[in-house]
Ligand binder design. Sequence first.
Ligand code: GLC
Ligand code: GLC
Length: 649
Amino acid sequence: MSYAADSGVCLDRILASTDLSGLSKKDATTFTRRLKAHFPRLFDKYTHVYGHQYDCYFHLQKLVEILRDGVKNRKPALKKLDNERLKNPLWYRDEQQVGMACYVDLMGPTLNDLHDKIPYFKSLGVTYVHVMPLYDAPKGDSDGGYAVSDYRKVNPTLGTVKDLEKLASALQKEGINLVLDFVFNHTSDEHAWAKAALAGEKQYQNYYYLFDDRTIPDQYEHTLREIFPQVRRGSFTFNEQLEKWVWTTFNSFQWDLNYSNPEVFNAIASEMLFLANIGSAALRLDALAFIWKELGTNCENQEKAHVLIQAFNCCLQIVAPAVVFKSEAIVHPDEVLKYIDKDECQLSYNPLLMALLWNSLATRKTRLLTRSMKKSFSISENCTWVNYVRCHDDIGWTFDDAVANELGINAFDHRYFLNQFYTGRFEGSFANGVPFAENPSNGDCRVCGSLASLCGLEGALKANDLKGIDDAVKRMMLLYGITFSIGGIPLLYSSDEVGKLNDYSYRFDESKKHDDRWVNRIAVTDEDTELALGNTSPSNATEATSLRVFNELRKMIGIRKQHAIFGQSTTQILDTDNHHCFAFLRENSEGHKLLVICNFSEHSQSTQRILLATLKGASSQDLLTGETIEMNASPLLLKPFQQMWLLAN
Ligand code: GLC
Ligand code: GLC
């Protein structure tokens, strides 16, 4: 018997014994209709992972009840959004979409204050706001909120769930999508499930991976990657109270959830629907690569991790179809691609582009960027990239060693160089970054720092070097310009838009000083936003630069929004005859074409005009300068760090 036939019988039986009387007639009809459409897939995924367990069908039935309750709790405004998004499922490929990620406390400091920042978002053109995790979390170190103690409670210092719902609906009214974190690989050790486990409840001990001694942890550790070697070696933590080893991929207080237990899947599905029903348009799947463990592997990107995410996706399709998933897979480029699918994650961070933009800025060369993007940029047209330059985390040099090898680049040495360069240890470097997670065993290292500091603004301001300041701003615009034009949702990281420098104050805070990522978690104050909005005037070079950065970004965003070519178009990465230049061609179904050419060097560069032939017109217009560019024989000149957005005339 095929699965499809099986799932039909299964659904009929489940429905026969599921009480739908709490749903309105309309909801009951919608729910049954959507179940009929999506249950076969859910059944397939669920039984793939849990089918061998005697209680699989018991839990599957319970899951349907969780979905029913999710539908019951969905507010009318969100159901309306469901219908809108079902009619326009590719909204995220629209040129209007521009994102920003921010911390409530660093921009608020409360949810209600963030509410008042809506005009600021609008002035920049932001239509997608990812508020960093704001759930109840342990006091002191909570991994920046990524150790969640209660998904249904907002951290009291930021506000309440009611405030969050209010913010969500205010944003929805302004056409801004709210993005929330779905931190589902682990909970904090203060979550009610962890507390019950600590109290000795077997049922909740089965929510986590607990081991009586080192035998099994040792076997796993042979093949595991250490994520935060600077704070703790290995991936397990001995818990004195339990006298057991707990699987903790990240910090010791972040306990990995045990997805081989179907009860965990159901419990987390219920939390996920709660977050969807607050009014989020997308959920960011934190650390999704780690959710399935398999002995003898690195326990990242396992096949069953994909199946579980697809199963969660089915749950959303049934209850909250407006909500999409964003993959946060900061892993090998080939593995990043595997999460991207209409039925898995419709959106994905693009860590490869991010890392290679920084690489090109350091080396002034674009061959690794070009070769890698040719290989990995193209994804399903039902999905889209979230292109970013900086975020709250470190930068890992996540390029494909094989691609580097093809170009004669030794990957290990090159990563060493990049770390040296961005931490300012390399002679002549413009960057002020901080090393992160140096691993004494294998020499691995990553880099932290703000956009502005990594681009050279910190050093230039300190030295009062006007040319240096100008170069730094141009570097910042070059990187962001590519995220605005290459295809996908550009995601600004709040504080970048006003060019804030590294914040070293974390070094004096006991709960932060061991985690250098805090150097790039920077407050955007009312003074910053007032200055950016033109309500106050700059009084020094730092402020003048800040205003310049904001205005130039705003201008580029404005141009992006005026041309459909920046939205649903294909992207073709092009070769150029100058190894300092990077180029790509966008093309849409109406035959419109945009050619982007960028110069990564601080010197003027020329390329043959033959690239312009891809536009197939006699002339084109640079949208950034308004200049007309003719198709003729003389080489095309690009100023230092210049990018051209050439629209075919
Ligand atoms: C993600 C987050 C990071 C966090 C980790 C564990 O990678 O971006 O900040 O430390 O997950 O939740
Ligand atoms: C992750 C990544 C790692 C990243 C870290 C956060 O999920 O895989 O490379 O840097 O968490 O710091």
